[in-house]
Design a protein around this ligand. Structure first.
Ligand SMILES: [Zn+2]
Length: 77
């Protein structure tokens, strides 16, 4: 019982199931951010430049300070 919880990927905007029995994405507690499975995987080495503006807007909306850039010059996932 219980209906599926739908969350939205902060980066690409895709909606996906996150509960009760099906989890098609990931939650990153340090950023208070949901990512679809595709974005989670493709940004493994850090948040791609392509998505950086959205990522920073998300952090600002949550009042989370920006992390240090990693050795690739992007924000770590
Ligand atoms: Zn996504």
């Amino acid at each position: 019982m219980g209906k599926a919880v739908i969350e939205q990927c902060v980066l690409c905007g895709t909606s996906f199931k996150y509960g009760v029995k099906q989890y098609d994405g990931q939650y990153l507690p340090h950023y208070e951010m949901f990512l679809c499975e595709g974005c989670y995987r493709s940004n493994q080495g850090g948040i791609a430049f392509f998505f950086e503006k959205k990522f920073v807007l998300h952090l600002e909306s949550k009042g989370i300070s920006k992390p240090e850039r990693n050795s690739n010059g992007i924000y770590p996932r």
